[in-house]
Write a new protein. Structure first.
Length: 56
């Protein structure tokens, strides 16, 4: 994903509730490995299990 698009996505991701973050993380296409990592750093640690379940 292009940098400008990703920065916009990252801002929306940071504002989203936990369920919204999970949906965005799972459904967004075209992200690089590094971009997924950046989003993951913004993800609440106590919700990682829910994210893992959504990714299955």
């Amino acid at each position: 994903m292009k940098l400008v698009e990703f920065e916009m996505l990252k801002r929306e991701f940071a504002k989203a509730n936990d369920d919204g973050k999970i949906k965005m993380y799972v459904e967004t296409e075209g992200l690089t490995k590094e971009q997924y990592g950046e989003l993951l750093r913004l993800f609440p640690v106590n919700k990682i299990n829910e994210l893992e379940q959504a990714l299955k």
